[in-house]
Design a protein around this ligand. Sequence first.
Ligand code: FAD
Length: 360
Amino acid sequence: MNTSQTPVAGASGSRAGMKKELPEHFRSYKHVWVFIEFELGRIHPVSLELLGEGRKLADQLGVELAGVLLGSGEHGLNDATGSCFAYGADLVYLVDHPVLAQYRNQPYTKVMTELVLKYQPEIMLLGATVLGRDLAGSVATTLKTGLTADCTELAIDDERSLAATRPTFGGSLLCTIHTLNYRPQMATIRPRVMAMPKPVEGREGRVVPYTPDLQEDSIVTKVLSFLPDDASEASGLAFADIVVAGGMGLRSEENIQLVRKLAAVLGGDWGGSRPLVQKGWIGADRQIGQTGKTIRPKLYIAAGISGAIQHRVGVEGADMIVAINTDPNAPIFDFAHLGVVADAVTLLPLLTEAFRQRLL
Ligand code: FAD
């Protein structure tokens, strides 16, 4: 399915049928940007994943890749530029201002839109985090350009346009969205959807400082306190190397502990499919899939999960998927690397005990 995006809404049709010349004033827009999410002295890993993806797009277009880093020097901002270069950026737009010390929509939107109008990127990528979603929407509407949210795949088509693919109709279809007549082409991507690139230590780049005109008095929101995401019990799930998850095949809430025990023995994290959240058996922060967390572990063990498309899109980046299911025709066996036709309620404790003995 191809969808041509206007700033407001998409209209179905083929890409070829929509062919239009990019308006003259947008033709000078070049280069790929990644918004670097920087909070409490730390770059969010999704920004590094996007630098890897942005590098591929920039190389294909023959343009530069820039990281856009906003914050306050007091919080280690300058050190973060080195990470941007190591993960693939050619340059970093560095905006160091006390008003930007903590994220607030108003000053961040102001600075981002000023930067876009001054330096004119053709593509801008942001993480689909709470912060990234908040910022992307307001930057796109301020600039009156198109934004494709929660992309699962990015590519450059043969007319140099960004082809941003995302699930639609409840995840049963994928649509590819093009922002034909506006620049920049904006997209958000959830953490763990793109692979983490290997950093090249010592890789260097240019720093382009920008000094915005920001006055604290003119910002209507004030940060009273900051409650980091780590407050959530499942904050590490998306980045765990080993994940064990359960589905409706576990049959009861008390059997969730079988998943938790195996995860604990393996030193991993745990989660589940959406119906478990809907039943109140697990918290929403443990849900894996399209409307939950995307994971990319080295090992994913799915116990009693059918493998519906909405679950699959959240786990298919795993290096090794092991599925335990009583139904040999369950869809999960179509994409699992190793399938075990068995009762998960019986097998999970046996696996836990076997690994416990082996890892003693
Ligand atoms: P079921 O579909 O009921 O499957 C249970 C499986 O367990 C079956 O395959 C069965 O053969 C097997 N089984 C039964 N007994 C045993 C046993 N004793 N041992 C081993 N196996 C057994 N789902 C998500 O997971 N994540 C999402 O983010 C998500 N987002 C969604 C968004 C939308 C808009 C919609 C419409 C749906 C979404 N869903 C999501 C729901 C999704 O479509 C499926 O309904 C859901 O993934 C099914 O969960 P399940 O596999 O646990 O349950």
